[in-house]
Design a protein around this ligand. Sequence first.
Ligand SMILES: [Zn+2]
Length: 335
Amino acid sequence: MKKYLFYVFSLAIASCNAPAAKEGSSSQTTPSEINIQRVQWSEVDTIDVKALNADLVEGKPTMDLGVYFPSNFDPDFQKVSLEKLMISIRAAKEIYAPTGVQLNVLWIKTGEVNPRYFAIQANEVPGIPLTEYTNMYEHSRRHPAQLTDHAKEAFESIIEPKENSDRTLYIIVLQDVFYPFLTVAEERNWTMNTVRTGGLSFPTYSYVDQVPNRYRGVITITNLTRPDRLRGTIAHEIGHKVMNVSHEYKDIGPQHEVHADGGLMLYGDGEDIPSGKEGRWHLERLHLSPFLYTLQSDGTKKWNPDYQEGGHYYDPIYGEKVIHFEGVAPIDEDW
Ligand SMILES: [Zn+2]
């Protein structure tokens, strides 16, 4: 059970990323970032991306995905290989097929990455714990997760500037991504834990506008070894990003760390993306995602409207497709 936390939990507590500014990549570059060396990527010539995308149908809602696989990992790092990655990407295409949304792989690239970025800490240690006065999503809106400078540096170096980069999902394979969070130790004391993630989606419900727009679609993948991880991790991480929800399913609220089968967003073997209020609007939220477009007959992409408030869980783009729920007291009421 604990092991499973690595992969989902980190995302559960954390969450996705969101939009910061609307400008292009270069305008978001700060002086300290100017000296960061960009990776020289080249496409993996053994993978036929066109064949991989043979499933695509014109006019269907589509998400674009770019993949970066460093070529110079430490020799003992075997938790993700190109082969495993491709199995997980193909599985993601299958898992999203029933939703009517398709996954367009833009490229699979490899190149030498500064080993300094092989292991990163995703966010700063949070200072303010979640208490009963707000639910997890409201709390994250007020106190979004803060990307570390080191993580920013890594993403600046790895993710290439391009058109529509703020609408593109990026899979980056790394050796380790640590996610620190607060948990109740005893009585009214919290302690910091850090979880070793197998995948992390830097979701907007958690990071809100703290991830620069140019790479707000970033997802890290660090472990695909177990069969359940292999099949589900990429689809699950994309789910955090595009449905913009934590670990929840039907009557299971996101506060619960439930290990159950059924939904794609739980810690289990489920792949269901439910709809309607009883499904916590997962399918509807997916279709409203700013990461989706439909290809027009003239070849242009018609994008969904962007977030209006940085992409927190209750962002106005979701209208009524949200669930309001109470916070949970993390400690004894009589403290
Ligand atoms: Zn997760």
